[in-house]
Write a protein that binds this ligand. Structure first.
Ligand code: CA
Length: 229
């Protein structure tokens, strides 16, 4: 499914460089606005939403660093700096302006469009198909990583599988048999109390992440569920 066209604002006072960038971004399918001064850039951002700003550090009217500061003050918009000197890179990194990336001149249009694509992908967050985030949980299935209250859990393979099953259906009660079938390669070899032992370990790890929370619920004689968010 094609994504809605996003607008990228290019702030660059040198026409040959700006034209190269505008052309490269348009070729990749983005809508592009071009401004030559910081003031004009900030003004146009008042009027229309911009998905990302490609921002030259050396602008005629104000420093690109100040433009970035003002952009970030208004709201989160990703910024990629264009720098002419390596000394500027140190300043950009050192100032922690919230810039998402920088590209040093001279650069190839392809390098810039690749950076733009990467930053937009990051800004959009993880692929929702691969990640479910709810009730303090975040499950990155592609990386086999589960995060609870912002902390990555250090899980064994069986703990990970067990928690994945519970996480896929919060509130649903799973019997020990169901959990074992879903989480163990050889469920026949595992015992009921193996599941209990793993749940106990999981609870300990979850307590480390969030001492007050107790997200796994025991249903006596039935099994376990994950507390609904
Ligand atoms: Ca410049």
């Amino acid at each position: 499914m094609p994504e809605p066209r996003q607008t990228i604002l290019v702030v660059e006072d040198e026409p040959p460089i700006a034209e190269t960038i505008v052309y490269a971004l348009q070729t990749e399918g983005w809508a592009v606005l071009w401004k030559t001064t910081g003031r004009d850039a900030l003004a146009v951002m008042q009027d229309q939403p911009v998905a990302l700003v490609v921002l030259d550090v050396g602008l005629p009217d104000m420093s690109g660093l100040d433009v970035c500061r003002e952009i970030q003050r208004r709201g989160p918009v990703p910024v990629i700096f264009l720098t002419a000197r390596s000394s500027e890179v140190d300043r950009i990194v050192g100032l922690e302006l919230g810039a998402d990336d920088y590209v040093a001149k001279p650069f190839s249009p392809r390098e810039l469009t690749a950076r733009v694509r990467a930053v937009l992908r990051r800004a959009r967050g993880p692929d929702p198909a691969a990640t479910a985030a709810t009730g303090g949980w975040s499950h990155d299935a592609a990386r086999c990583r589960i995060t609870y209250t912002g902390k990555v859990l250090d899980l064994t393979r069986n703990e990970y599988r067990l928690l994945s099953v519970l996480l896929a259906a919060p509130g649903r009660v799973f019997s020990r048999d169901q959990l074992m079938t879903a989480a163990w390669d050889d469920p026949g070899a595992a015992l009921d109390r193996t599941v209990d032992a793993h749940i106990k370990m999981l609870r300990a790890k979850l307590r480390e992440a969030a001492p007050a929370a107790d997200p796994i619920v025991t249903h006596r004689g039935l099994g376990y569920s994950l507390r609904e968010p």
